[in-house]
Design a protein around this ligand. Structure first.
Ligand code: PMP
Ligand code: GLN
Length: 381
């Protein structure tokens, strides 16, 4: 685990705190989720739900996840096949450890979320990357095909995609489905941003494609949907035997997940549709606010159809190394961002891209934009 000793998110947040920079690095909202959700957790704590819950999760949350999947995505899920996890992070770790080992390959989109590389290494498996490249970050058949081999055991897919903001189209998902079937691979679909999709794009769950439910595991989490990233309540569902394999691992990672938050999340998953759509509409506006500011500051803003994040190219400012710039930027202009290259194996993948989180209050985004206007002049000085 030596290459994985510290996460870029923790380091960048610490640097932002130390320098007083506006933190557009780590993706967490700076406002709370729905009041009823927060009160639900308080009620559960005061109502005595403070001992170990059942290992697979409290029944009302497993049922609520199944109902949510039916309501939003028309997926037929049995509560028996839902496993509650400590965030999506644990679901991903449990699946990768359960299904892969030395000699196996795991296909991931590049750039990839940082925990993917770490858990694949923990399992002793190898990652094979499929490039998504700026400015549109589309998936091509050629690139996808090149990553598959006779050793492919698992595809670890993420849509809507962190850090690029890409939402995979139905046609792109059909490519993934075809190759997964051809190679008899399981797909784990990380859909933590399932509700954070903007005008013109549509989230399509891979499990809804013909023939895919039987080989697709799905993970999501309350953190992003309800702005409670610190609660770490996630879930996994899919074919019975695959979920059972992940459950066996989960038992010895955390045994069970946070008790009182589970009934609260169960109730929130049944909230009216406007709560879900209202949040993404608000985020879309924030994407536009920040993107405009980044453009005004001279950066080239890439396409972003969902998630908390937009990427921008620093080349127009004369920058050739955005990783070096990201570590200097908090001091230089008082804004923190994440260099996209840290999520890539290919050194030429994204050397000049920065990822900015826009899940922040408007006044915070305005302050960031104002500070970023000084970036070009400071770099030129
Ligand atoms: N997958 C992706 C793509 C993420 O961005 C994150 C970070 N929120 C996670 C998984 C982890 O989610 P959680 O906090 O629920 O463990
Ligand atoms: N998912 C969040 C991000 O991408 C951070 C989560 C973490 O700090 N591990 O910024």
């Amino acid at each position: 685990m030596r290459p994985f000793t510290t996460t870029v998110f923790a380091e960048m947040s610490a640097l932002a705190a130390r320098t007083g920079a506006v933190n557009l690095g780590q993706g967490f909202p700076d406002t709370d989720g729905p009041a009823s959700l927060l009160c639900g957790a308080v009620d559960a704590v005061l109502g005595g739900r403070n001992q170990y819950p059942p290992g697979p999760g409290v029944p009302e949350l497993r049922t609520a996840v199944a109902e949510h999947q039916q309501r939003f995505w028309d997926l037929d899920v049995s509560p028996e096949d839902v496993l509650v996890t400590t965030g999506a992070t644990e679901a991903i770790a449990a699946v990768v450890m359960a299904l892969t080992g030395p000699g196996d390959e795991v296909v991931v989109l590049e750039p990839y979320y940082d925990s993917y590389a770490a858990v694949i290494a923990l399992a002793g498996a190898q990652r094979r990357t499929v490039p998504l490249r700026a400015p549109d970050f589309r998936l091509t058949e050629e690139a996808l095909r090149a990553a598959f081999s006779e050793r492919t055991r698992l595809v670890l897919l993420n849509t809507p995609h962190n850090p690029t903001g890409t939402v995979l189209s139905r046609a792109e998902l059909e490519l993934v489905a075809r190759l997964a079937v051809e190679h008899d691979a399981v797909v784990l679909c990380d859909e933590v941003y399932e509700h954070l999709v903007f005008t013109g794009a549509e989230h399509v769950p891979l499990a809804s494609l013909p023939g895919m439910a039987e080989r697709t595991l799905v993970t999501s989490s309350a953190g992003k949907t309800f702005s409670v990233t610190g609660w770490k309540v996630g879930w996994l569902h899919g074919p019975t035997e695959l979920v059972a394999a992940a459950r066996a691992v989960k038992q010895f990672l955390t045994y069970v997940s946070a008790g009182p938050f589970q009934p609260a999340v169960a109730a929130a998953l049944a909230l009216p549709e406007e709560v879900f759509t209202g949040f993404s509409a608000d985020l879309e506006r924030k994407r536009d606010l920040l993107s405009e500011g980044l453009r005004a500051a001279g950066l080239a803003v890439n396409r972003c159809d969902g998630t908390y994040f937009v990427t921008a190219d620093t080349t127009p400012l004369g920058c050739t190394d955005a990783t070096e710039l990201a570590w200097r930027m908090p001091e230089l202009v008082g804004v923190a961002a994440i260099p996209v290259q840290v999520f890539c194996d290919d050194p030429a993948a994204a050397p000049t891209l920065l990822r900015f989180a826009f899940c922040k209050r408007d006044d915070v985004l305005h302050a960031a934009v104002e500070r970023l206007a000084a970036l070009g002049p400071r770099l030129a000085a």
